[in-house]
Ligand binder design. Structure first.
Ligand code: PAF
Length: 286
């Protein structure tokens, strides 16, 4: 695996690979890689001939009081993991390389609709930052296929909408969430948890499971289900940011008639914000 830091080097290396007929796959990340990221690279290795990963902690998608400065940067360990997973090229640019005129003068991509509720409402500007950097990475690498984790369900929906609306000729793959044995979705932010908080965190997944079983059992009073979930979380010591049952494709609040649902949650454990979701298609057998 080679590691490149500049746009010019990246473009030259990807063009060379494409000119030999290789199908190009992109795995965008912010680094501090865990088994969930490794699974993305492994899946991409199956689909593409030339696998590009990117590591870039994107300032544009962090709010003023968020963890941009403390976000873990672990390049050497990440390189090792990517190499072992079969990545061909790592693009790890500086902020100045990605935003040469500074983030404030950067043209932005805004995706209406799916980006508006949930994390979009709680983290103003977040999805504009994500869509902007992902579209830049798409323009730089020009991949045939790109992969994102389903743990960030709304992010995946925003990227799919952007690709559709801007006619980007890129296949987008959503990869299943990788979980610890106790059910906690893997996330770089899990590293912020104290051992005690880490023990408590799987309650998030249990709340989603409980709501899903109630819905499968015929319950359609979503508000009472999410109120109960809120109580479960606060009893365990978490502070709810949101917990909603939504339509799986539009991410609008679900009605009792909807069959393809997703339950999405964000909650604070101390100062750490964790998110998770559960996709529930009532027309599919369990
Ligand atoms: O999911 C992430 O790690 C980031 O939001 C992404 C897609 C790499 C954009 O910075």
């Amino acid at each position: 695996m080679i590691t490149l830091h500049t746009v010019a080097e990246l473009r030259a290396a990807v063009t060379a690979a494409r000119n030999t007929g290789k199908l190009i796959g992109l795995v965008p990340t912010m680094g501090n890689l865990h088994s969930g990221h490794v699974a993305l690279v492994t899946e991409m290795r199956e689909r593409a001939d030339f696998v590009v990963a990117s590591i870039f902690v994107n300032p544009l998608q962090f709010g003023p009081n968020e963890d941009l400065d403390s976000y873990p940067r672990t390049l050497a360990a990440d390189q090792e993991k990517l190499q072992q997973a079969g990545c061909d090229l790592l693009f790890a640019p500086s902020v100045a390389e990605v935003y040469p005129n500074g983030p404030s003068l950067q043209t932005r991509i805004s995706v209406p609709g799916v980006s508006e509720g949930l994390c979009g409402a709680k983290r103003p500007g977040h999805f504009e930052g994500v869509a902007t950097v992902v579209s830049k990475l798409f323009n730089l690498v020009q991949p045939d296929v790109a992969i994102f984790g389903q743990k960030d369900y709304q992010q995946l929906a925003v990227i799919r909408a952007m690709v559709r609306d801007l006619n980007m000729p890129i296949e987008i793959i959503g990869a299943a969430t990788v979980r610890a044995e106790d059910g906690l979705a893997l996330s770089s932010r899990n590293g912020y948890l104290t051992p005690e908080q880490r023990q408590v965190a799987p309650v998030i997944q249990r709340v989603l499971q409980d709501i899903a079983s109630a819905i499968r059992g015929g319950e359609r009073r979503f508000e009472s289900l999410t109120e109960k979930g809120d109580q479960q979380l606060s009893t365990a010591g978490l502070r709810l940011d949101y917990l909603e049952v939504c339509q799986a494709s539009s991410l609008r609040p679900a009605t009792s008639q909807d069959r393809d649902l997703v339950i999405l949650v964000a909650a604070f454990l101390g100062t750490t914000r964790l998110i998770d979701n559960l996709h529930l298609d009532l027309d599919q057998p369990v």
